[in-house]
Write a protein that binds this ligand. Structure first.
Ligand code: OGA
Ligand code: MN
Length: 292
């Protein structure tokens, strides 16, 4: 079958169908999905009951999977394969986490606008998030289009930011949320990464306003001035007209390009279960990102 796409937003995001994600993909299908990602940046697949192994196999057909922040936390995890990132509020015994658990802290950090692993070099290319259990209310995931955000900047701002770079730091979101109890070893596990504020997205050749909550400094700027400017740019990028809000259903698989979008989770009742699984691969030369 061939890939079918139905736009879900005026600027980006399509519902994709016609490909069975539980089965190995052909090179043709991979190219078509890459082409669709270049255009839409976020693809929503419905009714894809992926086992853990199937999610890994599907994701790995695009690139070698990365564990991201697990380099810092080194916690015992619920899912056996470390390449699966457990986006849930459930502990090792299958019970809900305590409200103030370290795991929930990570989930709260996911509620700030970010691009996965922008604090690393190489940074994330695609992430794939698959829903298994969803709360009765809340817990949506929002995405914003950083290409549209760049295009809509006034000319003077485009000029001002064209040669600026920001430093992205893995623990910044935790510090923002009141947690700075990290050992020196943890702080050094992921050194900060520097990215230009404006980048060309390789697949679409569109310019992207690369901001997000991991960006905590602008190179050669005073910190306070940089933080205010970064927060203004983030506010610009996340205006409602650039945002798609995904309301999860069990079996959904949403994949997004971290090089052209930001995302954030939304609040929900922590007394209800929410279980999703994420896979992510980085923007490395061996990734399979060529389009049809
Ligand atoms: C993620 C993430 C948000 C959410 O999985 O990378 O940021 O809604 N998730 O759970
Ligand atoms: Mn994320």
């Amino acid at each position: 079958m061939t890939l079918k796409l139905e736009p879900l937003h005026p600027l980006f995001v399509a519902q994709a169908s016609g490909v069975d994600l539980t089965q190995p993909l052909s090179q043709e299908e991979i190219k078509d999905i890459n082409a669709a990602m270049n255009t839409y940046a976020v693809l929503v697949w419905k009714n894809q009951p992926l086992s853990q192994a199937q999610q890994i196999a599907f994701s790995e057909s695009f690139g070698p999977l990365d564990i991201g922040l697990k380099r810092v936390f080194k916690r015992k995890e619920r899912l056996d394969d470390e390449r699966l990132i457990d986006i849930s509020n459930v502990d090792l015994n299958g019970e809900l986490h305590r409200r103030d658990s370290p795991k929930n802290l990570s989930s709260f950090a996911n509620q700030l606008w970010h691009s996965d692993s922008s604090f690393m070099s190489p940074k994330a290319a695609y992430s794939m998030l698959h829903a298994l259990v969803i709360p009765s209310e809340g817990g949506n995931t929002e995405f914003c289009d950083l290409r549209a955000a760049y295009d809509a900047l006034p000319a003077n701002l485009k000029q001002e930011i064209k040669d600026l770079s920001a430093e992205h730091y893995a623990l910044h979101t935790r510090i923002v949320l009141g947690d700075d109890a990290y050992t020196d070893e943890q702080k050094k596990a992921i050194p900060p990464a520097v990215w230009p504020l404006v980048m060309k997205h390789p697949g679409s050749q569109r310019s992207v306003l690369f901001v997000g909550v991991h960006a905590h400094k602008i190179i050669d700027w005073p910190i306070a001035e940089a933080r205010i400017f970064l927060s203004d740019l983030l506010e610009h990028a996340t205006q409602r007209r650039f945002v798609y809000e995904h309301q999860w259903e069990v079996g959904d698989m949403v994949m997004w390009d971290n090089r052209s979008t930001l995302h954030r989770g939304r609040r929900y009742d922590l007394n209800q279960r929410r279980e999703l699984r994420r896979t992510t691969f980085n923007d490395v030369p061996e990734a399979n990102l060529a389009a049809a």
